[in-house]
Design a protein around this ligand. Sequence first.
Ligand SMILES: *[C@@H]1O[C@H](CO)[C@@H](O)[C@H](O)[C@H]1NC(C)=O
Ligand SMILES: *[C@@H]1O[C@H](CO)[C@@H](O)[C@H](O)[C@H]1NC(C)=O
Ligand SMILES: *[C@@H]1O[C@H](CO)[C@@H](O)[C@H](O)[C@H]1NC(C)=O
Length: 450
Amino acid sequence: MAKKVKMKGVDRISDLPDPILIHILSFLSTIIAARTSILSTRWRNLFTLVSNLNFELDGCISRWENRLRLRKFNSSTIKSFRCFVDRVLSFHGRTNVDKFRLKFRLKRGKCVDSDSACRWISGALMRGVKHLDLNISLDKFTFPDALFTCSSLVTLKLDIVLVLHVPEDIHFPNLETLHLKSVKFFDDNSVKSLFSSCSNLQDVVIENCSMMNVKSFRISHPLLRSLTIIRPCYTSNCWLTIDAPCLSNFKYIIDHLVAGYSLKNLESIVSADIQFLIENVDLQADARHAATIFREIYRVRSLVLSLYSLELLLSCEPFPAFPTLVELETPYDKAEQLMSSTDKGLETLLSHCPELENLAFRQVLFFDVLISLPEEVPSCLSFKVKAIEISNFKEDEDCIRKAKYILENGRALEKLTIRTSICCRFNKLKISQVLFAYPRKSKQCFILIV
Ligand SMILES: *[C@@H]1O[C@H](CO)[C@@H](O)[C@H](O)[C@H]1NC(C)=O
Ligand SMILES: *[C@@H]1O[C@H](CO)[C@@H](O)[C@H](O)[C@H]1NC(C)=O
Ligand SMILES: *[C@@H]1O[C@H](CO)[C@@H](O)[C@H](O)[C@H]1NC(C)=O
């Protein structure tokens, strides 16, 4: 007892050995880590030995002091941030930097100057940085030349509005992860030299990037495993080429058309998320493009489709088959509108996916896209489908009829989840009464109504 009381005042953290303290500090924003230097002489230089540097102008201040917000930064705050980063880098000496993250998003006119940013990035590159993460807003900025020949880089994440002019003689031998957001590719050659210089590339994310100056956006890589392209901005005469024999995850969110696709060697894709979003509706043209993609990814096991993607899939002639598809999901998105309806949709879909086990749907599909029930029960529904989830379910004759159809035919069904729409919360009980009492083909089927 007496011992416990005594322990109360002990500073257990300071009992830890230096390497552990340094490790703990490496999880903090560098500004916070630096504050520990006032604790005692032992702590004074510990934070300079941390190999992760994380400088954040909005997060650290507004989160920890909860006073300043982005727009309130005045020139003296910015100046002290600048001095702070410079000081840390000079204290840091030649210690290797593992991760370097720089984040500041300021309104125009209130900027950290480009020279400082360039100097800090060069500092990180000189110290053999492996993971570089820059989320910054700058008026005029060009990368230090050393960036493009940095052999230590494993991860490069950029969220910067700038024109990415990639020189020809660049080399990223160890780069595995490349995430680009909001950059504008200078021209075709920039795209080409960027991807051809990364011999180890495995994970690529291209989000909100402009390809207005690019005629052929080509990603051809033997090792690439994961590719995400989100809302690219291209002209209608841009071609998108993907050739990636190892690609296993593919996410593509697009809201307007490119000239066309050339897709090759995509048989390894096991999981795909294809979201065509409606911009200028041209169902036929969109369907032609979607068909090119669906035919190439026919070996997927898991497929996520936006509502419009599903409509496009249903209008493909002939309908692409998915012989290995196990999971199909159309997530709920309030903003999506329906463009068309297909009478035999449900039948077509299920009969082309013989291995389907999990289905997650929205009620609107059952209502408006997949209107009628199949005349002949598709074999996957009889023998394979284990889980079905219907969201936004309404207490409505048609919906109930379809739920009953699932129950009376799903031999392998283990779980039917029904998520009621807001307007039907009160009728949950009624839905439950009807469905719970209805005979089920599958003995182990569990119905969940939420
Ligand atoms: C800048 O903002 C800080 C923090 O709100 C404040 O302490 C300081 O007085 C301001 N300086 C000027 C010049 O407005
Ligand atoms: C960059 O910072 C902004 C503002 O905090 C944030 O919304 C955005 O997601 C960040 N970008 C990345 C790629 O994390
Ligand atoms: C997308 O990129 C443009 C610049 O090309 C930028 O102005 C805009 O803020 C970015 N949007 C998002 C959501 O990041």
